[in-house]
Design a protein around this ligand. Structure first.
Ligand SMILES: NC(=O)c1ccc[n+]([C@@H]2O[C@H](COP(=O)([O-])OP(=O)(O)OC[C@H]3O[C@@H](n4cnc5c(N)ncnc54)[C@H](OP(=O)(O)O)[C@@H]3O)[C@@H](O)[C@H]2O)c1
Length: 276
């Protein structure tokens, strides 16, 4: 902390889509603009963010000097030049929070001062609407207190779970890519509405609200999905006819195989960053 009992100063390095969503969420969650900072490469993007949120921009070395928590939100392929700038500037006690898909905590630990605490996060795109699912994992030097700081920080933009870093490839496949599977399903169901002769706008409204309603029931009732599905599956009714077709077409097996393939791809991409 910069002062005793003061809240940590948080700098977001790379305020693109995810970085901006986090800054906006932190402001909505009660952080003051002067507790936040960001770095951006483009001057016009910086000016636009400062105008919108009243948050100051800084260069990477200045942000590293001032902030207690550095949230790294650049694309994974942009990490090396950022680490080059960060390594000589970062204080040893600064908490590094990486949102970069596939980058292991060991990469930051190798490149930053010895003992730097690092927490790796896998968020997902619903962070843009304050409904992210984030999974966090500690690096070698991150304590329970560091994890609690990151949980508090991310709670303003969604839900947070702790997982060992070895499970991050599974998380990437499940909740990282998860929104895309739901979008795919919604798209297919809208097509089904078109097939049945409904106007597209009506089909879209029916399916999107059904998705919102189903998600809200899952989140709010805490019931198992099987129980919720059985409640709308009456004997010899319409739903069971549809379920039989889904099973005949192997939809459950397809989901298992699809998510396993995503996990394998995440592992493969991560190998690039294994220790040299
Ligand atoms: N979007 C998602 O759904 C999602 C989900 C999970 C995880 N993530 C992770 O979140 C991270 C950010 O993703 P994003 O979609 O928000 O990407 P993005 O929109 O491209 O944002 C990255 C921002 O960082 C800036 N930047 C790059 N290098 C910089 C540097 N050295 N100093 C300062 N700023 C720098 C970029 O500027 P330029 O535009 O000039 O390059 C860009 O504005 C990625 O690592 C990604 O893996 C994203």
């Amino acid at each position: 902390m910069t002062q005793a009992n003061a809240r940590p100063v948080i700098a977001v390095l790379g305020a693109g889509k995810i970085g901006e969503a986090l800054l906006s969420g932190l402001l909505h969650g009660g952080r003051q603009a002067d507790e936040l900072l960001f770095t951006e490469r483009s001057a016009s993007r910086s000016a636009q963010l400062t105008e919108t949120y009243g948050i100051a921009s800084a260069g990477v070395p200045a942000a590293a000097k001032k902030a207690d928590v550095l949230v790294v939100a650049v694309k994974p392929q942009d990490i090396e030049p950022l680490l080059d700038e960060l390594a000589p500037a970062v204080r040893g006690d600064t908490l590094i929070v990486s949102l970069c898909a596939g980058l292991p905590t060991a990469l930051f630990e190798r490149r930053l001062p010895a003992g730097t605490p690092v927490v790796r996060v896998m968020p997902n795109t619903p962070m843009l609407v304050g409904e992210a699912m984030s999974a966090i994992s500690p690096g070698k030097h991150a304590s329970g207190a560091h994890l609690a700081t990151v949980e508090e920080l991310l709670a303003v933009v969604g839900k947070v779970v702790r997982v060992p870093e070895s499970q991050q490839d599974a998380v990437t496949a499940l909740s990282g890519s998860g929104p895309a599977y739901f979008f795919f399903l919604v798209e297919a169901m809208i097509d089904a509405g078109i097939l049945l002769g409904l106007p597209r706008a009506v089909a879209e409204k029916l399916i999107i609200q059904s998705a919102v309603g189903a998600a809200t029931m899952l989140a709010e009732t805490g019931e198992h999905p099987v129980i919720l599905r059985e409640a709308v599956t009456s004997p010899a009714g319409t739903t069971i006819m549809a379920i039989r077709e889904l099973e005949n077409h192997g939809v459950r097996a397809a989901l298992l195989a699809a998510i396993e393939a995503a996990r394998d791809r995440s592992r493969e991409l991560g190998r690039v960053h294994e220790a040299d």
